[in-house]
Design a protein around this ligand. Structure first.
Ligand SMILES: Cc1ncc(COP(=O)(O)O)c(C=O)c1O
Length: 494
């Protein structure tokens, strides 16, 4: 019976016919060490394993290792592990050592890159800096019940069936699709059946799927201005001609003649990104009517809508649509935690099979066990409890931000109260430049995102995006005081 190999196989170039095995193995390993492919400190496979992998006798491998050891390339003893030496023999100083990664062939080959690939631009990732006032787009991660999540996850893993280890439909784990449909119908006023719900890796994947299904290069797509840049990046990548449609107090205006032939309109009616107002009911109906006449699809991004502070929640735009022109997407990134990468996409019935095909071509389906854990979290009531608790926490934090800025910054930075979400906007006094303020704030460890002059209202003013969810009330007040200093009106010490 063959023993199991304890180390992963080492891939070596083939041996030329006629070259003695020990000599070949010695020369090959030495070359790998010199090229940096076996870096300093790397452990070589056990002689028995390497002999089996390469079809050699163990004595041959031992002889090659002995020679490498004698010349100072490796250290350690047979039986306890053999490692590449950190300091290589003197004569190696004359040999150029390559980095760990094989250097690119030089000059670079003339590689063909598709037009689509030439348009791709990576999105900024989450920055791993300490969270401070006024980090936007991030929930209070320190308040997430991670132990509870771990218990549910470990129970799920212990009980995973063979079927669950195999996979699920392209559109996702059926019980989760049912739970999400139920939640959207009851809490967001959406109209859907579970068959219309796809579980995706966050809103970002929903944007990609919808773009693939609706955009041919040169097609017009309408987005809000100002709006969510990560959505525009996707549409641009697929070759869309993006039309920026201004937002006013009622949300995105109904697209005009410049949007003729539009295939898609992307909107954030629940909580306009980044300005924060909700789209009025009148505007929602007008947009649906426009889409019906234009033959366009509306993609409603319902991000952050769980955290609604006003008493009267507006139903999702998708729930008002009786013509099958609206799709709805949302994310668990803000309610739970961003690295979960789970969200949903609800599409009109005629698009369901196409979404399933596009999804399966990209990744077959979203990882099933993560979906199953989320499903338990929702159906056992933890999701609802967490949302209620966080809503209270965020409402209190928003209150502190509004009080603090009213007290110390009136006339310099007017902060909008908002109905929903994790961030709001501060309007700077005329003649203030948002980018300059943001830089000065950063020097005081306060993060604000400059929005420039979002055209809303009659006097264009520069504005800053202020997140209030990620940090506690003390840190929010520190941020307010620092901003007061930056804006030239130092607040009294607490
Ligand atoms: C407008 C908008 N939509 C969606 C998201 C969430 O996207 P995802 O689910 O890909 O994390 C964000 C996050 O910042 C956002 O600002």
């Amino acid at each position: 019976m063959s023993k199991r190999t304890a180390t992963l196989p080492l891939v070596l170039p083939p041996r030329e016919a006629g070259s003695p095995a020990a000599r070949w193995l010695y020369a090959t390993l030495r070359a790998q060490i010199l090229a940096g492919r076996l870096p300093a400190g790397a452990r070589l496979p056990a002689t028995r394993d390497l002999a089996r992998q390469q079809g050699l006798s163990r004595g041959t491998v031992v002889a090659a290792f002995e020679q490498l050891r004698a010349e100072g390339y490796v250290a350690g003893t047979i039986g306890s592990g053999t490692y590449v030496n950190r300091v290589l023999p003197d004569e190696l100083l004359h040999v150029r050592r390559a980095g760990r990664v094989a250097p690119a062939a030089s000059p670079a080959p003339a590689r063909h890159v598709a037009r689509l690939a030439r348009r791709l631009r990576a999105l900024p990732g989450y920055e791993r800096r300490p969270t401070r006032a006024f980090r936007a787009n991030v929930p209070a991660l320190d308040l997430f019940p991670i132990s509870l999540w771990a218990q549910i996850a470990s129970r799920r893993l212990r009980r995973a069936t063979a079927q669950q280890l195999l996979g699920c439909d392209a559109l996702g784990y059926r019980p989760l699709r049912e739970a999400v449909a139920h939640y959207l119908i009851t809490s967001r006023g959406a109209q859907c059946v579970p068959e219309q719900v796809a579980i995706v890796s966050g809103v970002q994947e929903a944007l990609d799927l919808v773009a693939r299904l609706t955009i041919d290069p040169g097609d017009v797509v309408c987005v809000e201005h100002p709006g969510y840049v990560s959505a525009t990046s996707v549409f641009t990548a697929y070759g869309a001609r993006v039309r920026a449609v201004a937002v006013d107090e009622e949300g995105m205006r109904v697209p005009d003649g410049r949007a003729r032939g539009a295939r898609l309109a992307y909107v954030t009616p629940g909580h306009q990104h980044p300005l924060g107002m909700a789209m009025s009911l009148r505007r929602r109906f007008a947009l649906i009517d426009w889409a019906r006449r234009a033959g366009a699809l509306i993609l409603e991004d319902d991000y952050d809508s769980e955290f609604r502070y006003a008493a009267r929640p507006l139903p999702a735009l998708q729930g008002l649509d009786t013509h099958g022109v609206a799709a709805l997407t949302g994310s668990f990134s803000k309610v739970l935690f961003p690295s979960l990468r789970l969200g949903y996409l609800v599409v009109p019935p005629d698009l369901v099979d196409r979404v399933a095909a596009a999804k399966s071509l990209a990744n077959l389906h979203t990882p099933l066990l993560d979906q199953a854990v989320l499903c338990d979290f929702i159906t056992e009531g933890h999701f609802g409890r967490h949302v209620r608790r966080m809503r209270e926490v965020y409402a209190a934090r928003l209150g502190v931000l509004l009080d603090g800025t009213r007290r110390y910054l009136t006339g310099l930075l007017d902060v909008s109260g908002i109905e929903a979400g994790l961030q709001t906007v501060g309007w700077l006094a005329a003649a203030r430049d948002a980018a300059t303020v943001a830089r000065a704030a950063a020097a005081r460890r306060v993060e604000v995102i400059p929005l420039g002059r979002p055209a809303l209202g009659t006097v264009p003013r520069e504005a800053l995006l202020l997140g209030f969810a990620a940090v506690d009330e003390e840190e929010i007040m520190r941020g307010v005081r620092e901003l007061a200093r930056v804006l030239g009106r130092p607040a009294p010490l607490p």
